[in-house]
Design a protein around this ligand. Structure first.
Ligand SMILES: Cc1cc2nc3c(=O)[nH]c(=O)nc-3n(C[C@H](O)[C@H](O)[C@H](O)COP(=O)(O)OP(=O)(O)OC[C@H]3O[C@@H](n4cnc5c(N)ncnc54)[C@H](O)[C@@H]3O)c2cc1C
Length: 281
């Protein structure tokens, strides 16, 4: 982690993540847990076992003993999603105080997708190459017009706070983001997930690399008990139990919504579901 300090990791076309500072490590988490358990913790238990126990049982406060401070450069539409994570401290560049670089994010052609028909919040199939290239032309033209207007208004002496209002959501902003490890892992679990938009996922992936090096035992436990874990509802457990008993389970009497039913099949593809498929509409 020391070697990472101050090193900018490029993300998207003009973005970056840079570790500015950090506090604590796996040992600090184990130490805090041992203090809280007092004489009650087994002295022979290794830091790794203790951290795995904490993660498994969601004893979260020891993970708050570690903190990280990042410098992030990101498009405004990504920042809008990111800022919803309220349990962090943020200091953002001021477009009222400074003249912005007004750099813009333009996706790669291969990342342009059609609107998904199954997921209203996501993209589906890749755009055909011809259409993708037209879309990129439009995005570039719009960005250069908006940047041109911004520059002209600044040159004409319009206040910076108003000159910026025509800039697009793909304009880059920058902030310093400080968060404790517990809340960072929550952020990563949500934003590394395939349901998150790619443009925020790539930032989460870049941060995850740093976390993996910073607190390797915690990261291992996080992968095992959070990222790689499957949570089943009471009804889903019942469906799995019935299948394991060899019973035929129809969707109609499973107690699950159709989406939950599909997600259960996706989560446990190894289960022999075939016999159970008959009831789905
Ligand atoms: C794939 C995806 C799609 C999303 N779509 C939408 C959307 O369409 N519209 C939308 O508005 N948001 C959307 N969000 C944002 C989402 O609802 C959360 O706001 C965001 O993920 C931050 O999560 P959080 O509140 O748990 O995190 P944090 O703000 O970091 O909070 C962490 C935890 O602290 C507690 N907490 C924090 N503040 C409060 C509070 N004021 N009151 C009570 N408890 C609190 C909660 O337990 C919370 O889980 C989406 C998020 C994802 C990942």
């Amino acid at each position: 982690m020391e070697a990472r300090l101050g090193v900018a990791v490029p993300v998207l076309d003009h973005g970056l993540v840079r570790v500015i500072d950090y506090m604590g490590d796996d040992a600090s988490i184990a130490q805090a847990a041992r203090v809280s358990y007092g004489g009650g913790s087994r002295p022979t238990r290794s830091d790794r076992d203790l951290i795995r126990y904490l993660m498994r049982h969601r004893h979260t406060s020891p993970f708050e003993m570690c903190e990280i401070k990042l410098h992030v450069k990101l498009p405004i539409f990504v920042a809008r999603q990111w800022i919803r994570h309220r349990t962090a401290s943020v200091n953002e560049v001021s477009g009222r105080y400074s003249v912005l670089d007004a750099e813009v994010y333009i996706p790669r052609a291969e990342d342009l997708a059609e609107q998904s028909t199954s997921n209203r919040q996501g993209g589906g199939a890749a755009l055909a190459p011809g259409l993708a290239s037209e879309v990129l032309d439009v995005l570039r033209l719009d960005a250069s017009r908006a940047q041109g207007t911004y520059g002209r208004l600044i040159d004409e002496g319009v206040s910076r706070e108003l000159a910026r209002i025509g800039l697009g959501l793909n304009t880059y902003t920058q902030w310093v983001w400080k968060v404790d490890l517990h809340n960072l892992l929550h952020f990563l679990a949500l934003r590394m997930d395939r349901h998150a938009q790619r443009e925020i996922r790539v930032y989460a992936d870049a941060i995850a690399e740093a976390v993996r090096e910073w607190v390797p035992m915690t990261w291992e436990a996080f992968e095992d008990y959070r990222l790689g874990a499957v949570t089943l509802s009471r009804q889903e457990v019942e469906v799995v139990r019935r299948r394991l008993r060899g019973e035929m389970v129809l969707w109609a009497d499973s107690g699950l919504g159709l989406r939950e039913w599909d997600e259960l099949h996706e989560a446990l593809p190894e289960v022999d579901w075939d016999v159970a498929l008959g009831g789905a509409p």
